[in-house]
Design a protein around this ligand. Sequence first.
Ligand code: SF4
Ligand code: SF4
Ligand code: SF4
Length: 325
Amino acid sequence: MKSIRSYNLSLSVFVFVTFMLSMVQLKVETPMLLLERFIVGGGWFEIALVALFGAILAFKMQDPKQSGKWRRISWSIFSVWFFTQLLLGILIDDTFLLTGKLHLPVPAMIISGPIYRGEKSIMTLLFLSTIVLTGPAWCSQLCYFGAIDNLMAKGKTSRKKINYKNPVKNILLLSIIVVTIALRFFNVSPLNATIVGGVLGLVGLAIIAFYSRKQNRMVHCSVFCPIGTVVNYLKFINPFRMYIDSNCDSCLACTSNCKYDALTISDIQNRKTGHGCTFCGDCISSCKTNSIKYKFFGFSSNNARNLYLFLTISLYSIFLAMGRI
Ligand code: SF4
Ligand code: SF4
Ligand code: SF4
């Protein structure tokens, strides 16, 4: 039974990713798939490769014991591929860039970019569409920067929660918005505004290197990153939820499996995952009573999880083929 379900999910991801990327290949005039830019017809080979990888990922991640490992692997691959293309685009040939228009690869730019320039941005629209489709999956498998935090936070997390988290997160988000409005209001040059953004990115990397690594939890994503805070609030426009059912005996075994500080004692007492939960599912296999579950309208928790995996892995695969600056 399990293997039939696994193949169905894999097949669905394969067909859907192939269809979506084929539409891009056929309908968009400028070649969007990287191989097509170098070899005529190469885009079709890339589509097959990416769809196959998505199918393998769906097969592996359907097993809760494997999903954390494969999420980390796939997220890291995405980040390495994203930054490699960026470097190749800057140093060798701008064919490696999506539009040829560079912008700073720091998540905060997703909100501050459009505020500073006073115009809509493709990146921001893309980000918002992922929230509509998959809730918080941007912060568990789709963001090029969060993968670094995830990788550095590897290891057993202590049960101690981060007390200062929520006020700091909100203040930081507000500060980024206010500073960006000020940069625009005082006509600060794009170069100087980029330097401010770059400093923010470096502070983020320092937090990852010193705090996330030391605490084995994603301190950058859970506390510092303003986009993570936006995701925490906006994710509720998507109907997927996670909850802890009444079989939970409060053993706390799951708390040390959450990198986002979203399974504190009070979260467990409230029978729902915390505000910062990204629905990553890493905690599911640690619960011996199978109490941590996905919810989607009247679906069974297993079907809700499969649907969530289908959506996130499909989106991930499409991003892998298209996600670059
Ligand atoms: S919190 Fe920020 S850096 Fe982390 S995954 Fe989300 S957007 Fe990316
Ligand atoms: S509570 Fe579970 S699903 Fe939510 S972020 Fe933590 S590990 Fe992931
Ligand atoms: S591991 Fe399961 S039973 Fe134990 S506290 Fe977490 S949800 Fe409850």
